[in-house]
Ligand binder design. Sequence first.
Ligand SMILES: N[C@@H](CCC(=O)N[C@@H](CS)C(=O)NCC(=O)O)C(=O)O
Length: 219
Amino acid sequence: MSETLPILYSFRRCPYAMRARLAIKEAGFSCELREIVLRDKAAELLEASPKGTVPVLVLPDQTIVEESLEIMAHVLRQHDSENWLARGQEDPVAMALISENDSSFKAHLDRAKYAERFKRKGEEVDPIKERASAMRFINKLDKILSKQDFLGGEQPHLADMAILPFVRQFAHIDIAWFRAQPVTHVISWLDAFLCSPRFKSIMTKYDKWQPEQPPILFP
Ligand SMILES: N[C@@H](CCC(=O)N[C@@H](CS)C(=O)NCC(=O)O)C(=O)O
């Protein structure tokens, strides 16, 4: 059975993999999920995608989709009842937010969260300054969310699902500090997401994938 199914290499806590799983779930796109441990990556993942990041989607014809946004687009093109993809792509503000999320926000987030790792590599990093820089993006989101429930307007679209997993990761660096910040609209938007059946459904815990195990079907 698994031979004919697409394969998703994923890692539960990775925000890029979360956005891919959110879109896969929304699209009802059936695949085999293979849980990867980043410090001990499966040879099959590296063979499919030598750059060694997750998520990676391997299609039955062996096409490799190895960027999270491309995985979202690929599966939503098959089925997208809430029109996440078209509504997102037709919204230049939303697309610019996704790109800012993936570039400067994620860079500040990583330096705030993993300052020691960057220092070991010889980079001067002040996690508090990085956190303040990351907050510029959060403030921008808060301003938008003060006028509408979602980045997509009255309903979520691609930008909400692409960005929420990263805001979650940032908030959890120090959740008490984050909750005390004057970004109430972002906090409500994040809380609603974290409590949603949608989020819960993509956060099932799996053991590290072993080649001999029976396939795990996702969603
Ligand atoms: N541009 C990639 C980035 C994916 C990425 O960096 N994923 C992280 C995990 S959250 C990863 O696999 N890092 C490789 C490693 O830590 O060895 C995408 O959008 O899919």
